[in-house]
Design a protein around this ligand. Structure first.
Ligand code: PRP
Ligand code: HPA
Ligand code: MG
Length: 217
């Protein structure tokens, strides 16, 4: 379960110091994550490779610069949480022969809390237009769904040829808005997780595994 800390993001109060946190238990090892990343890359390669021939799938007409029957994907990694996942997934896609280019957005809504502020701030937008491109959005986690819904709307408004989301972790018990997720790595219980790019109050992003944290009083 999530704690009730707000990390000082409510009202006009100055930010409170984050609570002390420690690793409780490992959910997914480095090896399990690596296997999942390869599996996701294979599924993505398969789906985009067959999409021109078999429905349903993204519409590939007008694919920007594709080769070998595959469209060029514009992979949009969402910073900061998805920086490690994006780095691993693009290399796995490259090994599968998927042509791609990479861009990033940075958004934030949690600050130092374990509850979303509900206000999604774009800290960095795309560097290049995505109109007419096949966009694959990469997220570390979908929790309430607010961030992913916001991002989907933001990207769809720019008229891409197709848009799909690939999310490493899905926490369905916490969802407050319905949002499509085409590729999910692991479904997880209602626990606050860290590691593999994911933080609590900017801590633990460097861990090679994914773990639950316990907040101390
Ligand atoms: O489904 P939601 O409830 O919206 O939560 C998911 C989002 O929250 C985290 O980002 P955060 O705002 O903590 O920023 P960060 O990626 O920089 O850590 C995470 O990386 C997702 O982007
Ligand atoms: O479980 C989580 N851990 C870290 N950041 C998050 N943002 C949404 N859910 C989480
Ligand atoms: Mg965070």
């Amino acid at each position: 379960m999530h704690g009730d800390d707000t990390g000082g993001v409510t009202g006009g109060m100055p930010p409170a110091a984050p609570r002390k946190a420690r690793i409780d238990r490992i959910l997914f090892s480095q090896e399990a994550i690596a296997r999942k990343v390869r599996e996701l890359a294979e599924r993505i390669r398969h789906d985009y490779g067959t999409a021109g021939r078999a429905a349903p799938g993204p519409v590939l007409e007008g694919a920007a610069g594709g080769h070998g029957g595959l469209p060029t994907l514009t992979v949009v990694g969402i910073l900061k949480g998805a920086f490690v996942f994006t780095a691993d997934l693009v290399r796995a896609l490259g090994e599968q022969g998927v042509p791609l280019q990479v861009d990033f957005m940075a958004v934030s809504s949690y600050g130092s809390a374990t509850q979303t502020s509900g206000i999604i701030r774009i800290l960095k937008d795309l560097d290049r237009p995505i109109r007419g491109q096949h966009v694959l959005l990469i997220e570390d986690i979908v929790d309430t769904g607010l961030t992913l819904r916001y991002l989907r709307e933001h990207l769809l408004a720019q008229d891409p040829a197709s848009l799909r989301a690939c999310v490493l972790l899905d926490k369905p018990e916490r969802r407050v808005v319905d949002v499509p997720v085409e590729y999910v790595g692991f479904t997880i219980p209602d626990e606050f997780v860290v590691g593999y790019g994911i933080d609590y109050a900017e801590q633990f992003r460097y861990l090679p595994y994914i773990a639950c944290v316990r907040l101390e009083d």
